[in-house]
Design a binder for this molecule. Sequence first.
Ligand code: AMP
Length: 115
Amino acid sequence: MSSECIFCKILSRKLPARIIFDDDRAIAFDDINPQAPVHVLVIPKKHISTTLDLSQEDNVLIGHLFQVANRIAVEKNIAERGFRLIMNTNPEAGQSVYHIHLHLLGGRAMLWPPG
Ligand code: AMP
């Protein structure tokens, strides 16, 4: 837990969010500035600043984030059409919140390469 981190504040309910999933290790909530019809962020309850800070003990946790994202994609009926899972690391990738989060984007055709 980091007192300055906005995602830790969402975790502790000090900041509002539309939370659509919550278990012992992760939550998922709607992105405040959606870039697609479905734009959900899946975050660990453990504060980890960037993917560079992951250690081997986080391997199962990271797998769990993907399992949660898959489940939400199925629930939101975008699994068959396709969706994108993204983690941005550091400024050139566009990371703006330094608590790792898996973007689940779907509900429209995606371009490649990304901008
Ligand atoms: P990134 O740029 O990869 O670090 O992604 C951060 C994401 O967090 C962006 O898509 C923002 O729109 C989203 N975001 C920032 N603040 C909030 C918030 N209070 N509630 C929900 N999503 C947020």
